[in-house]
Design a protein. Structure first.
Lengths: 233, 233
DNA sequence: GTAGTTTAGTGAACAGTGTTCACTTTTCGA
DNA sequence: TCGAAAAGTGAACACTGTTCACTAAACTAC
């Protein structure tokens, strides 16, 4: 029983990988459509024509399986955000695109994104897997996605477009929170984008753009009288 | 079986209310400490010394019970945000306090706040309870909390402190998203406030204040060259 | 090629969940 | 006091994740 990453070059190893992948594929299919509550081990087993207990030869628990889905999703998210922040365009366009990509990728796979933030921090030390310090966090896909934001802030500051008084990591955390929040509201609040008194026909994309513009505005260099209000830590 | 709001002036009615409240109290106690996963009907029944099926004489389902907890929490949230936005202080202080109160109240009851946004919108019409239009939403406690934000934006615009080019409801939605996101990250990302490369000693409150300041900055009146970027819908 | 040891896969079972339903007991109004 | 309505119960149903003894296949070493 070796569910991690050892050599898989022997025929048996390939066969094992094939089965494992088929489990993940089936799980992905169900999960994307119905989320965590729709995905049961027994249903999964039925879908791939194995017995429920067989799955436990490939994954230690349901949680580990779902963690794989979440990590894979975050890798994708990180990749897309990174790509759009490296495009060959003026900085402000790239910055905006980067923010918009984050929210759109998240909302396109609502169950994945929602599940990725569904566990709650326990104040005790019962979850040893949680990255405690900065370096550990930065090896996570979440951490990598976050570092894209930090780089973006720093580049904006270097260009003189963003306020240099802002601590880049703080500003990036603030940005992350704002993006995350919009994604969550779009996912969890029914018809969030249509929540307008006169029932305007604004699309989700329109509002995401509006939000991104507002965030960028907050980061921009300000008259001294305003900027001095911001404490950097 | 009448689980809603009829007259409760008769002795039997009072007794019924007492039992119902004791169920809610027990549920609240467990839920605040362990969240939805720790709260089972059987455990709840044990705690109040009734049989599990007795609970179904008072609540139609576990979901209805939890919905009550969530609504009560949101009423409290709304109340606190409203209070801090009506204090006798300069506008900017009130605005900041209002934003900070939202996040702090949310993070003080992590399971309540997380649970309040845990259901996912179904594109079909399977959830008839979801408020579809603006007016219906505004009768919700969520809606009322939201309207506090709208009022705040409008007051800031009237005072000339916030950019009048911003559509108030859009700006409020953007604000809500940013606050919601910070609350969620603090709740769901372990040690979010301590996520600093040099392990600075910034507290959660410090960061919430930083975030609020940044948001207010984004709303403030801008030079025309910047403000024209914002589309209002 | 055969013996022995891993590995793959299974079915039954355990402990738990929300929920229902026939049933008894209590309460209360006429 | 009688009868109806409500309160409360225990057993059962259909699920869930997970474990474990067990068999069947596959690989390693002689």
């Amino acid at each position: 029983m070796q569910t991690d990453i050892p050599v898989e070059k022997t025929p048996a190893g390939r066969r094992r990988k094939r089965v494992r992948d088929s489990i993940i594929a089936a799980a992905e299919k169900v999960f994307a459509r119905e989320g965590e509550s729709g995905l049961s081990i027994r249903r999964l087993a039925e879908e791939i024509d194995y017995s429920p207990s067989a799955i436990y030869k490939y994954f230690e628990s349901k949680e580990e399986l779902i963690d794989q889905l979440k990590e894979a999703f975050f890798e994708r998210l990180m990749d897309r955000v990174d790509t759009s922040s490296n495009a060959d365009r003026p900085f402000e366009d790239r910055a905006r695109a980067c923010l918009i990509t984050y929210v759109e990728t998240a909302t396109n796979r609502p169950y994945h994104y929602a599940a990725a933030f569904s566990s709650i921090e326990q104040k005790d030390e019962c979850t040893p897997a949680a990255p405690k310090n900065w370096d550990e966090f930065m090896t996570t896909n979440k951490g990598k996605a976050f570092s894209v934001l930090v780089n973006m802030v720093e580049e904006g500051q270097a260009l003189g477009m963003f306020d240099r008084a802002l601590e880049p990591v703080h500003a990036a955390k603030s940005l992350w929170a704002s993006l995350h929040g919009l994604a969550q509201l779009v996912i969890h609040v029914p018809h969030f984008e249509r929540l307008i008194p006169d029932d305007g026909s604004a699309t989700t994309t329109d509002f995401i753009t509006f939000h991104a513009n507002l965030l960028i505005r907050g980061l921009q260099a300000q008259p001294a009288s305003v900027a001095k209000d911001i404490k950097t830590g």
